[in-house]
Design a protein around this ligand. Structure first.
Ligand code: 13P
Length: 248
């Protein structure tokens, strides 16, 4: 009943010229996909991506959004600006932003509220570091991050939200959580959402896995009952690899 969603996170990769090449290669490869297909691209490539994917089954997302409407926020990009150039989704709270750019549960919450208020669909990222996993704090961490991200919201707000569970130690390292490990934490996140917003909202909510997901491990991950999709970094930069994940 939950439509699988496979999203690429290009991170800081691809000029407009490279984006054009990649998207043109990708389009025919995923045209018959059963999963929802999204590419989250750098701000500068959103308009290009929206133009090239028009009329196709590929949706476009951004990788961050300001929590403010407009004004003196040098270097920030507003939800209205993202919508104008064709973004439908937006990644919020990626671990790279939490680790390198001072993102906190509070700012993740503010950005998520702002995205929803403007009709953007947030892909909210949560996940533990290696140290947190080894000290048996995975559940505490994802619970705090999940409660923090959706503080002050109502169950209905979750209709347009996707959560991405990305264990930090599995991102870009080639180390994937085993399918069972990923499912266990994702099922736990779903139980946290059920406690906060009720079982109906939790059952409807799509939760992705992210972290070294690739054509080789996608099928096993997607076979798990609580895993509803993937957020794909490295493998989303190659059309053939990404299409194979999309068609796990
Ligand atoms: P990799 O797929 O490169 O490990 O990146 C995962 C990720 O961070 C997606 O947001």
């Amino acid at each position: 009943m939950r439509t699988p969603i496979i999203a690429g996170n290009w991170k800081m990769n691809n000029t407009n010229a490279a984006a054009e090449q990649l998207i043109n290669e990708l389009k025919p490869l995923v045209a018959d996909a059963k999963a929802e297909v999204v590419i989250c691209v750098p701000y500068t490539a959103i308009a290009t991506a929206a133009r090239l994917t028009k009329g196709s089954n590929i949706k476009v997302g951004a990788e961050n959004v300001s929590w403010a409407d407009k004004g003196a926020f040098t270097g920030e990009i507003s939800a209205e600006m993202l919508k104008e150039v064709g973004a439908e989704y937006v990644i919020i709270g990626h671990s790279e932003r939490r680790q390198m750019f001072g993102e906190t549960d509070e700012t993740v919450n503010k950005r998520t509220v702002q995205a929803l208020k403007n009709g953007l669909k947030p892909i909210v990222c949560v996940g533990e570091t290696l140290q947190e996993r080894e000290s048996d704090r995975t559940k505490d961490v994802v619970k705090t991050q999940t409660a923090g991200a959706f503080a002050g919201m109502q169950a209905a707000d979750l209709d347009n939200v996707v959560i991405a569970y990305e264990p930090v130690w599995a991102i870009g390292t080639g180390k994937t959580a085993t399918a069972e490990q990923a499912n266990e934490t994702i099922a736990y996140i779903r139980s946290v959402v059920a406690d906060l917003f009720g079982k109906t909202a939790a059952d409807k909510l799509r939760i992705q896995y992210g972290g070294s997901m690739n054509p080789q491990n996608a099928a096993a991950l997607m076979a798990q009952p609580d895993i509803d999709g993937g957020l794909i970094g490295g493998a989303s930069l190659k059309a053939v690899d990404f299409s194979k994940v999309v068609k796990y």
